[in-house]
Write a protein that binds this ligand. Structure first.
Ligand code: CO
Length: 216
């Protein structure tokens, strides 16, 4: 078992390296944060938000849970969105899933892991909603397709929160995005679910889903 004290050694090295590059970095950052982006991603250890988009501490407000799910009764996620939009005034909310997501796979294969099965019911719902599209894809493509559709549905849920609706109603500029990350190449893909106002929700969602119907 690796010694947990290794993490403190690594932390000291990390802090010293940043301090060497920018002596004022931590002092400046300790006074305030002004991130322009909210990232809602999967807890998967292979999808580290800041690293993927090359952003430093202070530049990305982050919420992560298993399979990047946005549920209207999840006070944790909703509080993050509310604080990010209302107080920090982020300009972009990014829902980022990833291919090969274990949470999505468990839901797709109806596998059981205990308590988390309840959380993954939300992915079952996405599967159920898009069953024809997912089932029309062959082999491994099924999982990739459900990972993408899950991102689109969760981004749609962000758009439907009272937080975004109210922000848009008062004229605040904030754009919602749906992205998927490739574990094999480290690259992000924009799924086209880019919404900057209530009136755009239905047409953008419709256009994004139409692509899957053409593929299927
Ligand atoms: Co995942």
């Amino acid at each position: 078992m690796p010694d947990i004290s290794d993490l403190f050694v690594k932390n000291k090295k990390w802090s010293a390296e940043i301090h060497r590059q920018q002596p004022e970095f931590f002092e400046t950052l300790s006074k305030q944060q002004k991130p322009r982006y909210l990232w809602i991603g999967c807890s998967d250890s292979r999808v580290p938000a800041n690293e993927i988009v090359g952003l430093l501490p202070g530049e990305l407000f982050v919420h992560r849970n298993v399979a990047n799910v946005v549920v209207h009764t999840d006070l944790n996620c909703l509080s993050v969105i509310q604080y990010a939009v209302d107080v920090l005034k982020v300009e972009h909310v990014i829902v980022c899933g990833h291919y090969g997501c274990g949470g999505v796979q468990a839901a797709l294969e109806r596998r059981s892991f205990g308590l988390i099965d309840n959380w993954l019911r939300h992915i079952h719902d996405v599967h159920h909603k898009h069953a024809l599209t997912v089932e029309s894809v062959l082999g491994d493509g099924k999982l990739d397709t459900l990972c993408e559709l899950n991102v689109i549905e969760q981004a749609l849920n962000v758009c439907h929160t009272t937080v975004l609706r109210d922000a848009w109603a008062r004229g605040q500029s904030c754009q919602v995005h749906g992205w998927v990350y490739g574990l094999r190449d480290g690259l992000l893909k924009d799924l086209g679910m880019n919404v900057s106002g209530s009136a755009e929700i239905a047409p953008v969602y419709g256009k994004v889903l139409a692509r899957y119907r053409t593929k299927a």
